[in-house]
Design a protein around this ligand. Sequence first.
Ligand SMILES: Nc1ncnc2c1ncn2[C@@H]1O[C@H](COP(=O)(O)OP(=O)(O)O)[C@@H](O)[C@H]1O
Ligand SMILES: O=c1ccn([C@@H]2O[C@H](COP(=O)(O)OP(=O)(O)O)[C@@H](O)[C@H]2O)c(=O)[nH]1
Length: 597
Amino acid sequence: MEQTLALVKPDAFARKDEVVLKVVSAGFTVEKSAELQLTPARAAQFYAEHAGKPFLDDLCNFMCSGRVLAMVLSKEGAIKAWRELMGPTDSVAARSTAPDSMRALFGTDKQKNACHGSDSPEAAAREIAFFFPPSGEIPDLATGAAQAAPMEGGAAAEPAANAPPARSEGQVRAAALAKEYLETKLTGTLTGALAELAKDTPADPIAYLVDYLRKFNPHPQGSPYAKIVFVLGGPGSGKGTQSANIVRDFGWTHVSAGDLLRDEVQSKSTQGKMIGDMIKNGQIVPGHITIGLLKKAIVKATDAGAPGVLVDGFPRKVDQAGMFEKMVAKAEFTLFFDCPEKVMEERLLERGKTSGRSDDNIKSIKKRFKTFVEQSMPVIDYYEAKGSVRRINATKPVDEVYRTINAIFTEAMQVGNEKAASLTAPAAPPARAGSKPKPQAQLAEVAKMPSNKSEGEAGPALTRHVFSTALAPNVVAEQPSAEGQEMPASAAVPVGSETLPVEAAVAPEPAAPYVAPVVAPAETSLEAPAELSAEPADDQALDPEPEPKPKPEPALAPPPPPPPASDSDVLSPRSDQLQAAPELPEDSAQSPTPMPA
Ligand SMILES: Nc1ncnc2c1ncn2[C@@H]1O[C@H](COP(=O)(O)OP(=O)(O)O)[C@@H](O)[C@H]1O
Ligand SMILES: O=c1ccn([C@@H]2O[C@H](COP(=O)(O)OP(=O)(O)O)[C@@H](O)[C@H]2O)c(=O)[nH]1
């Protein structure tokens, strides 16, 4: 199968997800991908064929002005096909002669033209090796060509006769994993660093490298957002009611997807009418709209210092779960309200007497139940397979249900032993609607309690609540899994070595005349977000959101002592598994990250 190198240049980098979606829709397979920052030396190396030409400096400056996405695409006739998809060199001309092309859609002019593609098989081979050096080889810094890596100690490669004995299957697998890791996480940045180092020949090469790698670190942090827990359950199962309790006692922020959508309907925005109709009919609004709204709310909560965000009523479809993970972050776990339809129906009809909601009537309720069973329950199965569902028996009275939830949240938070002693004058909890700040005196009193005892033993010990990585079961489930549980949806689009469930393929949605202001975080992997299938209008470019501030320290939020919950309340806590989960670096909790090669 023919391969070509494709670049998304700095001017189009913010819209790379749309580019990738088009790439995949056009039948290409993304074999490899990497996000990276070119240095002037690397850019000049890449464009070596243009050496001496007057535009080279400008071109290199432009190529170094931001991150680029490099991909190896494969398809029959990939080189020609990709060049056709890119369109004419000049984006201005492209807009009249090839309006659907990448350059027409994402480029500005002749230089800032969004994409690059190899122009011949030879160029493709050279350019692919430039960005994705073959395993075991290091790039020749002078020419950019790959060469055999020296043996340990700098010796030249031994002749075949002296080759080491064949490796075991385990060793081969370990080597492959190491190779994959280095290629995706480090090689690109390191190669750039070494190229610059060789050029500058600093007196202290180590300090130089450290400085360079910090500066161009493509993975500067983990998730920039507050912790997230999904609150899921059928309509009327009590999600909103209990979320308010968690907000009150743990200082989290409650973000209801349904509320955000209803606000959108009220705002009379372009898509408001469509959303209103969908809600009334119990249908699920396209994920990119909801995620756009959720992301804004999560950024706002993070900026306000919330230690966590309860995302209520989302994701409602399996592919929305995948999309949220790629576009925003992974949730710590899912709180699932298990409740029979009969109970929910009674509650909703009661709620409908005062809620004023267009969907709290028997006709809409029936439709919502159907949607829930057919499309939302698979989300629970999806997360259950990952061991990250805390299932609650939601039929009990409000207080009883909450006791169980309180215990779950308390358990899921880790006592910061090492910090507790220094917290006698704790900071005020973040301001949040509806929460009652704890008096400082009460907090100080609590601070004196032993922090390593459970609340059941010693009352509400002051804890600097942070989620334990060990308690984030999805971290474990995200390890390369032989079970193949990653994507349960039957329809999936291959993108590189991974697959993404495809909402459109399962249940086509109306083309939405709106592109949500979703900008993938730097770590976002390159799977095509299936729901971004609606074409953005020219004037509806993805609206870059302000980068969220670095994640604040979790705020103090001493929960009240939960009376012990009975076993029957927590239907499937899986806490045994969760406790046993190994601690992983925070980075591991993030989406698989295609990184520089
Ligand atoms: N455990 C419970 N027992 C009885 N009624 C409840 C319980 N939890 C919630 N309700 C009531 O049921 C209705 C639906 O609850 P709500 O929290 O709005 O559900 P959801 O957010 O899941 O749609 C509300 O009127 C609420 O007061
Ligand atoms: O992520 C979401 C959340 C909600 N909705 C729509 O909003 C309605 C109400 O959702 P909400 O969570 O407010 O209420 P629930 O029905 O769960 O009580 C749903 O039936 C859907 O039509 C949606 O499409 N996507």
